[in-house]
Design a protein around this ligand. Structure first.
Ligand code: ADP
Ligand code: MG
Length: 254
């Protein structure tokens, strides 16, 4: 049996007295695409952020590729990882946010080569060659020298995806990558994600794009109130939801 890429066991996260994740358990196998849907405030972003060390888990266990995220376990006890150990885990995980988060004073190419050079010690010429390759893959071969402000939202998001891919991640996390885009720019970004999926990238995608979920996702999770309320094959969950909360949510957005 191969290790799943992501395994969450009863993951809980509190902000003060507010339990935002309340026992989330799920698994993402290698090469699988998981889509996560659910109302605003249900804990979707927090869950992704826990996977990527942007938040720490308060209870439960979260594993990426078999590694316990943020902690190590010895003699039945948990010990928090050092910042350096956590950075080592994070480096293999790519994340794409709703608001691109590119460096505004750097060109597309410079945005992409920054982390490989700084974090991985890749030499500049190899980093540049790879960045150009990635820009080609996301359909922006001619935009290497453009600054973010000179690019559309959809183009910026594709640069952000290329930037994440430049670290050769084993897992890609997408947090509503198309929610901030004008409708006519959504398709190109989804196409890049579709290509990635078909190349076998393991992906967790928080999205409201039900067409994408239906077509690309292997598995769909509906979250509400910090819990996984319903999950399954996307076509089944979307066309025949079992839980009332899923039905109510889908009837609002479809
Ligand atoms: P979603 O992405 O599903 O909209 P979030 O994970 O962003 O949900 O948020 C879940 C809940 O956690 C919300 O009630 C939100 O207000 C709260 N929350 C998120 N981040 C923080 C934070 N840093 N401090 C306090 N509360 C937070
Ligand atoms: Mg969110």
């Amino acid at each position: 049996m191969t290790t799943p890429m992501v395994r969450a066991e009863q993951v809980c996260k509190d902000f003060g007295s507010h339990r935002v994740l309340n026992g989330v358990s799920l698994e993402v196998k290698r090469g699988e695409v998981l889509c996560v849907i659910g109302p605003s405030g249900s804990g979707k972003s927090t869950f992704l952020r826990c996977i990527n060390h942007l938040e720490s888990v308060n209870a439960g266990r979260l594993y990426v590729d078999g590694d316990l995220i943020g902690y190590r376990e010895a003699n039945g006890k948990l010990y928090e990882l050092s910042e350096k150990q956590a950075a080592r885990q994070r480096r293999d995980i790519g994340m794409v946010f709703q608001h691109f988060n590119l460096f505004g004073h750097r060109t597309a190419l410079e945005n992409i080569i920054e982390a490989p050079i700084r974090v991985k010690g890749v030499d500049r010429s190899s980093a540049v060659a790879r960045a150009k390759d990635l820009l080609g893959q996301v359909g922006l071969a001619d935009k290497a020298d453009s600054y973010p402000a000179q690019l559309s939202g959809g183009q910026q998001q594709r640069v952000a995806i290329a930037r994440a891919l430049a670290m050769d991640p084993k897992l890609m996390l997408f947090d509503e990558p198309t929610s901030a885009l004008d409708p006519e720019l959504v398709g190109d970004v989804l196409q890049v994600m579709r290509n990635l999926a078909s190349e076998g990238m393991t992906m967790v995608v928080v999205t409201h794009e039900m067409g994408f979920a239906r077509e690309v996702a292997d598995h769909l999770v509906f979250m509400d109130g910090g819990r996984v309320v319903e999950e399954g094959v996307p076509t089944e969950v979307l066309s025949a939801p079992r839980e009332d909360r899923t039905k109510a949510f889908l009837s609002r957005i479809l």
